[in-house]
Design a protein around this ligand. Structure first.
Ligand SMILES: NC(=O)c1ccc[n+]([C@@H]2O[C@H](COP(=O)([O-])OP(=O)(O)OC[C@H]3O[C@@H](n4cnc5c(N)ncnc54)[C@H](O)[C@@H]3O)[C@@H](O)[C@H]2O)c1
Ligand SMILES: O=C(O)[C@H](O)CO
Length: 328
């Protein structure tokens, strides 16, 4: 008999098809996982779950007695209760590395768009206001040779630093949990406190995971530390920023502009004041969404899932301790 798995929301088609040939797959999207009966029924028998941003908590796990592995199709795993999964000897996996360069490209995309006011100018040209768009009212600011401040110098942070150094000859400040000597040498990056980084950067860029420590990391006090000319970029998770404080900082001119791929609530509420601001560039959480990278993420997530179901060690485990416990 084929093993039962749940595919939740996004998985690229060829990968879904290949899983459907080998497993008894229930594919679900746009459902309320707290109440959906079909989901609950499948959960009881499922040995694996693969998907994007499914909230896997104690309540869900209580209803999933046969679960062996949860394979996230993302590098961030703030949607998973890792402690609870580990306690129950359930493997958890994510998709690091394969998306690093793409997300760094996205960060530079929104940074350049905000600094050079590309969406605003695009709108003017398309609404036949070419002449009005010329002149100082619509000048942007330079990116090259300015100071970028990277908060979270991990895989993506370092790919951002690489672009900043070799593409734009920028001065690089960074703040992370630990110092990264490698990045300091490679990119001429300077480690500093969060407060120093915020007060000295032209472009503070947030790219940490969402954890209890980083939840609300950037709020009123931090915006007050930033330069009035600062363009703030967030590609981490919406909840690393207190969004009402970001809105206030933009409204009062405490900072100049923002580029946002992530929001406190996603999809973003239509009433969110950020959507009305010309100095805010928005994306719908698509940092890693290119054809190439989404496919690589799906493939890696499927490799993880299949390894776990076949009793092999998944390539990119979040909780390798479970593997040790299972094979001891
Ligand atoms: N917008 C998107 O589409 C998108 C795509 C991929 C990843 N992300 C986000 O980016 C995050 C980082 O991904 P990564 O692959 O670079 O992860 P990573 O683990 O390689 O790097 C994270 C870095 O953040 C640092 N960090 C953790 N807590 C911190 C704190 N309290 N203060 C300062 N630094 C801290 C860590 O030391 C590490 O260097 C993901 O967890 C995810 O939330 C978003
Ligand atoms: O963490 C990630 O990989 C991205 O945010 C995709 O959701």
């Amino acid at each position: 008999m084929k093993k039962k798995i749940i595919v939740y929301e996004r998985l690229e088609k060829p990968v879904l098809k290949s899983l459907q040939e080998k497993y008894d797959v229930k594919f679900l999207k746009n459902i309320d996982t707290q109440t959906n009966e079909e989901f609950m029924n499948h959960l009881k028998e499922a040995e694996g779950i693969i998907g994007l941003a499914l909230e896997v908590n104690k309540t869900l796990l209580d209803n999933a007695p046969n679960l062996k592995i949860v394979s996230n199709v993302s590098v961030g795993y703030n949607n998973l209760d890792i402690e609870e999964l580990t306690k129950r000897h359930i493997m958890a996996t994510n998709t690091p590395d394969v998306l690093t360069d793409t997300v760094a490209d996205t960060v530079f995309g929104i940074l350049l768009a905000a600094a050079r006011r590309i969406p605003e100018l695009d709108n003017l040209v398309k609404s036949k206001q070419w002449v009005e768009a010329l002149g100082p009212d619509y000048y942007g600011v330079d990116v090259h040779h300015k100071t970028i401040g990277i908060i979270g110098m991990g895989r993506i942070g370092q790919a951002i630093a690489q672009r900043a150094k070799f593409g734009f000859d920028m001065n690089i400040l960074y703040h992370s949990r630990t110092r990264k000597q490698d990045a300091e040498t490679k990119f001429d990056a300077t480690y500093c406190s969060l407060d120093d980084l915020l007060s000295k950067s032209d472009f503070p860029v947030l790219i940490t995971p969402l954890t209890p420590e980083t939840r609300g990391l950037i709020s009123k006090r931090e915006f007050q530390l930033m330069k009035p000319s600062a363009i703030f970029i967030n590609a981490s998770r919406g909840k690393t920023v207190v969004e009402k404080d970001l809105i206030a900082a933009l409204q009062t001119g405490e900072i100049a502009a923002a580029g946002l791929d992530v929001f406190e609530q996603e999809p973003v509420s239509p009433n969110n004041p950020l959507l009305e601001m010309k100095n805010v560039v928005t994306l719908p959480h698509v940092g890693s969404s290119t054809y190439e990278t989404e496919l690589k993420m799906s493939e890696l997530a499927a490799r993880n899932l299949e390894a776990g179901l076949n009793g092999e060690k998944p390539p990119t485990m979040i909780n390798p301790k479970v593997w040790e416990l299972l094979t001891k």
